[in-house]
Design a protein around this ligand. Structure first.
Ligand code: MG
Length: 282
């Protein structure tokens, strides 16, 4: 029988006790008690008192070895060799300038990168790894993110023995919904996010159906048809704003050297989502 006070469990027990201390919270930025309440929810944005999801050890797999090939009908957004399907935010050129080496790309403080193509409802596969050795704490350790339609963030973070507010840890819908469990692998190991995203629908300028997302991290269900409440923002809430039925996907450069590889996508028809929206005037 396992003792409940060993290794990762002891780490969590200690942090949960410490998290109850207001002074620790203020010092460690583990959450907030003065942010707005989420719509229809008893929790505040980044609520320090919101329970952290339990830790689950992902099953062993071969992901640390050769890549798994994408399905035959997938659009490969990154095959480890070039960044041609991505653009950056540069004054002189729109080229993505993340570091490219050894079959992966790595954030290097040149800003977010964005797909050149627009996408709506989709199945999206992303592999990522946080730096080893880990450095920083809370939101400062291995922070990145997958922004669906450039607006709705599935958080990428080193949440392996790294306490932070529940709605900001890896696989959270950032600022809204924590993952069902914490299925993170240790720093340096490759991890997977398999995301099924239903884009929001707008009609006559108004939201008629919110976005939903299902996520498996390392093969473990972490978001189950979760309603997205609006764009993900820090320390507050934001209502939906009208946008096109397809928008680019972005990867966040939060200043930490996160690595990505083997990114592919399978857009799917989602009712009348592709025809209901009216393009945003720009
Ligand atoms: Mg992030």
């Amino acid at each position: 029988m396992k003792t409940p006070f060993c290794g990762r469990s002891l780490f969590r027990q200690t942090l949960l006790v410490l998290a109850g201390s207001a002074s620790f919270a203020a010092a460690g930025d583990l959450g907030f008690d003065n942010t707005p309440f989420l719509p229809g929810n008893k929790w505040r944005v980044h609520d320090i008192n919101r329970p952290r999801p339990p830790v689950v050890q992902p099953g062993a797999c071969s992901m640390q070895g050769p890549l798994q090939a994408p399905p035959s009908d997938a659009i490969v957004l990154f095959d480890g060799k070039d960044l041609s399907r991505w653009k950056g935010r540069n004054a002189k050129s729109d080229e993505a300038r993340w570091k490219l080496e050894n079959g992966y790309m790595e954030c290097n403080k040149t800003g977010n990168i964005t797909t050149r193509e627009d996408f709506g409802s989709c199945q999206l596969h992303v592999e990522w790894a946080t730096p080893k050795p880990a450095s920083g704490t809370s939101q400062g350790r291995g922070n990145s993110g997958v922004f669906l339609m450039g607006l709705y963030e599935i958080q990428v973070l080193d949440s392996y023995e790294n306490e932070t507010y529940a709605d900001g840890q890896a696989a959270s819908v950032y600022g809204q919904t924590p993952p069902l469990v914490n299925a993170c692998r240790p720093p340096g190991e490759w991890q997977t996010d398999d995301i099924v995203f239903s884009a929001p629908r707008f009609a006559e300028g108004k939201l008629v159906r919110p976005a939903y997302v299902t996520v498996l991290q390392n093969g473990v269900l972490v978001q189950n048809h979760t309603e997205i409440l609006g764009p993900g923002v820090h320390k507050t809430t934001a209502p939906y704003r009208l946008h096109k039925d397809k928008e680019p996907i972005s990867l966040q450069d939060h200043g930490n050297p996160i690595r990505y590889r083997n990114i592919w996508i399978r857009p799917f028809a989602d009712g009348d989502a592709d025809t209901a929206a009216k393009p945003t005037e720009k």
